[in-house]
Design a protein around this ligand. Structure first.
Ligand code: SF4
Ligand code: SF4
Length: 417
C-alpha cells in the first residue's frame, strides 16, 4: 500500500473517532462474554467469527496510529500496521458481520461491534476494495434521485398496472385513487421497495384504513448503508427526505426493510415528519379499529422472526406480536426474549451480494435454522426483505418445510371487508 493511500485511509479512520467510538475501542476487556452471541461463531465454531476477534482487528490499527503506546512501542500494545493483508482481514471481518448487534446486548459495556465494523467498511471503501456490486447499486439509487424526470413516466405506468391486484385485496371507494402518487399534503408517505410484493399489500391496507397516503417515487433500500459509505448513505436518504418535505407529509412510513427503517429513523436528525415502520402503522390501524382481521384465514401454526434492525436495533417488538395475535390463535414464539433472538444471517449487505455469499450465509446460520425447526411452526413470518430472502434460502437449504411470509402480506390477506 502506498503512503498516499495509507494517509487517506488514516484520515477516514480519524474522522470516525468520536467519543462513542473511542469508548468502544478503549473499553473491551476481552472478557469473552460476547463469544457465543454471534450466530456465525455459534454455527461454525470458528474464532474469527467472534465479535471480539472482529473488532480486535480495528482496535490494533487504532492502537498503532491513534494511541501513544502503539506509536512508541507497538509490540506492547499489539498494534498493527495498515497494509494490504490487513485490508483483506478487515474485509473478511466486515462482510461476515451482519450488524445484528446481538453481541452488543450481551457485552457488559455495550460495545457496538456494528459501529466498529463501520470503520472497517469505510476503510474498504477508501481503498476501493469494498464489494463493487453494493457501490454500483448505491450509485444507481443516487442517479435515480438526480434524474427523476427520465424514469417518472415508466414508474407511473408500472404502478398503474398493479392497481387491479390491490383492488382484489381491498375494493377502492368511489373517487379514490388506488395507488396515489405525488399527493401534496398527504398525511403519510409510504416508501416501498422495488417490486409489487412491497406495494400491493401495503396499498390495500392503507386504503382499507382510509389513510390519506401517497407512494414515494423512491425505493427504501439504502445500499450506501450496506457498503458503509456515509456520503452515499446520505445522498440516498436525502431523496426521500426532500420528497417528504416537498409533499409536506406528517409521517414517513418505511416498508418491510430493516436497514431502510434504521437509517431513516436514526440518521435523519430532527425532521418535520415522524418516521414509522409499516409494522407500527398496521398495529396502529388495528388498535384504532380502522382495519379488522379475519382469524380464520391463517390455519397453520405461525412463528415470527424479529428482523434485527427493526426489533433489537429499532425497538419494534410488541407491535408485531399485537398484529399476529389478531391474525391467529395459533402463534408460537421463537425465543422467550425477542431482543436476544438469533439473527437470520443475511443482513449487512450479505443478501444483497447474492450467490457470492450464499455458502457463508447458510453455514453461518445453521443455529437460526435449528431455532426455526424447533418451533414446529408451518408459517414463518417476518417484516424485512433481507430476512425474508435469507429465511427462504435457509428453508430450502435445511429443508425446514415452512412457508416464509411477509407480515404485511398476511395482514392484507386477512382484511375483513
Ligand atoms: S463482551 Fe464486551 S468487553 Fe467482553 S470481549 Fe466482548 S466486546 Fe469485549
Ligand atoms: S453484530 Fe451480529 S454478526 Fe456482527 S459480530 Fe455481533 S453478533 Fe456477530
Amino acid at each position: 500500500m502506498d503512503e498516499k493511500t495509507k494517509t487517506e485511509l488514516l484520515t477516514l479512520f480519524k474522522n470516525k473517532l468520536n467519543r462513542a467510538m473511542r469508548y468502544y475501542l478503549d473499553t473491551c476487556t476481552r472478557c469473552g462474554v460476547c463469544t457465543k452471541a454471534c450466530h456465525a461463531y455459534a454455527s461454525t465454531g470458528q474464532v474469527r467469527y467472534t465479535s471480539a476477534y472482529r473488532h480486535e482487528l480495528v482496535r490494533r490499527l487504532y492502537k498503532k496510529y491513534f494511541k501513544l503506546q502503539g506509536k512508541v512501542w507497538p509490540a506492547a500494545g499489539e498494534a498493527k500496521v495498515l497494509e494490504d493483508m490487513t485490508i483483506k482481514e478487515l474485509y473478511d471481518a466486515a462482510y461476515s458481520c451482519t450488524g445484528c448487534r446481538r453481541c452488543m446486548v450481551y457485552c457488559p459495556f455495550g460495545i457496538d461491534t456494528q459501529m466498529i465494523m463501520s470503520i472497517a467498511k469505510l476503510l474498504l471503501v477508501g481503498a476501493s476494495t469494498e464489494p463493487e456490486l453494493l457501490t454500483m447499486l448505491a450509485d444507481m439509487s443516487i442517479e435515480k434521485g438526480k434524474s427523476m424526470d427520465v424514469f417518472k413516466e415508466s414508474f407511473l405506468t408500472g404502478i398503474k398496472k398493479l392497481e387491479g391486484q390491490v383492488v382484489e385485496k381491498w375494493r377502492s371507494e368511489a373517487g379514490e385513487t388506488v395507488i396515489p402518487i405525488d399527493v401534496d399534503g398527504a398525511d403519510l408517505l409510504y416508501v416501498a421497495l422495488a417490486g409489487a410484493h412491497s406495494i400491493i399489500p401495503a396499498a390495500a391496507v392503507f386504503n382499507a384504513a382510509g389513510e390519506h397516503w401517497t407512494l414515494s417515487f423512491f425505493e427504501a433500500v439504502n445500499f450506501g448503508a450496506f457498503v458503509g459509505d456515509p456520503t452515499r448513505t446520505t445522498l440516498i436518504l436525502d431523496r426521500i427526505i426532500s420528497e417528504a418535505k416537498r409533499l409536506k407529509v406528517k409521517e414517513v412510513c418505511i416498508c418491510e426493510c430493516g436497514t431502510a427503517f434504521r437509517v431513516m429513523k436514526h440518521l435523519t436528525g430532527p425532521q418535520p415528519f415522524k418516521v414509522s415502520s409499516i409494522t407500527e402503522v398496521q398495529a396502529r390501524y388495528i388498535r384504532e379499529g380502522r382495519i379488522r382481521l379475519d382469524k380464520s384465514i391463517v390455519s397453520d401454526t405461525v412463528t415470527y422472526h424479529d428482523p434485527c434492525q427493526i426489533a433489537r436495533n429499532g425497538g419494534i417488538i410488541d407491535e408485531a406480536r399485537y398484529i399476529l395475535h389478531h391474525l391467529t390463535d395459533n402463534y408460537t414464539e421463537m425465543t422467550k426474549e425477542p431482543k436476544y433472538n438469533w439473527c437470520c444471517g443475511g443482513g449487512g449487505g450479505l443478501v444483497a451480494m447474492g450467490e457470492e455469499t450464499l455458502d457463508f450465509r447458510m453455514t453461518s446460520s445453521s443455529i437460526k435454522a435449528d431455532q426455526v425447526r424447533k418451533t414446529g411452526a408451518k408459517i414463518l413470518s417476518t417484516a424485512c426483505e433481507n430476512c425474508h430472502t435469507q429465511l427462504g434460502d435457509l428453508n430450502d437449504h435445511y429443508k425446514l418445510g415452512v412457508d416464509v411470509k411477509f407480515l404485511s402480506s398476511m395482514v392484507a390477506d386477512a382484511l375483513v371487508r
